[in-house]
Design a binder for this molecule. Structure first.
Ligand SMILES: *Cc1c(COP(=O)(O)O)cnc(C)c1O
Length: 377
């Protein structure tokens, strides 16, 4: 039934294929019986396979079993969830927090609570797909402004006659690695009486001593709804929303992707607590990560997009060229994903180099050398 469509995707270099990981996530991975240096993961701090997290999950399973067995409102909410929420709120210095099963579900649940038919949402063009999906599902009027274009956003805000206004942005953009101008966004939200939803999937654990985008900018406001994910730098799974007590209570009342789903396994909440301890205690992980990024820039700096985060994209242009370069690197024992449309705009296919605190300088030197051999960087 879908043969033709799949063939077309194949011809256009857009057909996606999965590789199977034959062991844990890390800087060195096993695929097809071969080991590769991986520059693919969002495991920025190298915690996904950390012994403390593994132990926490085992202990959590022994104490609380595996499945939560019910949704949060129907007695699936355990003492471990409660503890994790308190710890997360405290960590990002917000009054309260609410756990969701994934970041995707958090975005959908939060935006639908914040905005409805008579409201308007304003999204950066390069926001994560889950935020776009969330905006559509909310049924609010959906405006998109050019990437980081605060003037364009202001024009849209000033013209809007909708009820509630919600400005929505990735804090760190997932495919470009650049950082949203949060102070300016907040200023506009104050001027036009809007809410600011920040998706800190790539900032939590990394920026602001690990506390994320709010600490990075030293910002606090009742207008901000903060969303952080726990499957990236935190090395676990899930997500949380943090803000005022009333906001969190409203999410418990109204957020369908919170109410109508089985609670995350409680053992994961235990892993999240272990992860928070490591994020706080082991600052060397962030320091090493920053040194790796500097090292990469001094190696092939000119070819990289400007980014001060562990996401270091190298724009190639055509999908086929990006795929070719990625395949060549794989032959040299390294996996660097080619990111193509529709994930990124047409003509901006790229290699998305993701750095992790678990990488060594030697591994990075191998990548720099292979890239220099493949193209004149
Ligand atoms: C990964 C990601 C999400 C989704 O989070 P999951 O927990 O993986 O579902 C949401 N927003 C952004 C910006 C992301 O990069």
């Amino acid at each position: 039934m879908f043969k033709e469509e799949l063939a077309r995707l194949e011809r256009e270099g857009l057909r996606r294929k999965r590789r199977t990981l034959e062991g844990p996530q890390g800087s060195l991975v096993q695929v097809d019986g071969t080991s590769y240096v991986s520059f693919c993961s969002n495991d920025y701090l190298g915690l996904a396979n950390h012994p403390d997290l593994i132990e926490a999950v085992c202990l959590g399973a022994k104490q609380f079993g595996v499945g939560a067995g019910a949704s949060h409102l129907l007695l699936g909410h355990s003492a471990l969830h409660e503890q994790a929420e308190k710890a997360l709120a405290e960590f990002v210095r917000q009054p309260a927090a609410l756990l969701f099963s994934t970041g995707y579900m958090a975005n959908i649940g939060v935006l639908a609570m914040l905005a409805g038919r008579n409201d308007a949402v304003f999204c950066d063009k390069l926001n994560h797909a889950s935020l776009n999906e969330a905006a559509i599902l909310s049924r609010a009027r959906f405006h998109r402004y050019p990437h980081l274009d605060m003037d364009a956003l202001e024009v849209l805000l000033s013209r809007s006659v909708q009820g509630r206004k919600v400005v929505v942005t990735d804090a760190v953009f997932s495919m470009d690695g650049d950082i949203a101008p949060v102070p300016k966004l907040l200023e506009l939200c104050e001027k036009y009486d809007a809410i600011l939803l920040l998706d800190d999937a790539h900032g939590f654990g990394v920026l602001g001593d690990g506390r994320g985008i709010l600490a990075h900018f030293g910002i606090r406001s009742h207008r901000i709804v903060y969303m952080g994910t726990l499957g990236k730098a935190a090395g676990a799974s899930g997500a949380f929303v943090a803000g005022d007590e009333d906001l969190i209570d409203m999410l418990v009342q109204k957020s369908k992707s919170y109410v109508y789903t089985t609670a995350q396994p409680p053992m994961l909440a235990k892993a999240i607590l272990a992860s928070l301890n490591l994020i706080e205690a082991e600052a060397w992980r962030r320091k090493h990560l920053a040194e790796l990024a500097d090292h990469l820039k001094s190696g092939i700096g000119d070819a990289l997009m400007p980014s001060n985060t562990p996401i270091q994209p190298l724009v190639v242009g055509a999908s086929e060229a990006a795929l070719k370069l990625s395949a060549k690197l794989m032959e040299s024992g390294m996996i660097v994903p080619a990111i193509r449309p529709p994930t990124v705009p047409k003509g901006s296919s790229r290699l998305r180099i993701s750095l992790s605190a678990s990488h060594t300088f030697e591994q990075l030197d191998r990548l720099i050398k292979a890239l220099k051999d493949a193209a004149p960087y």
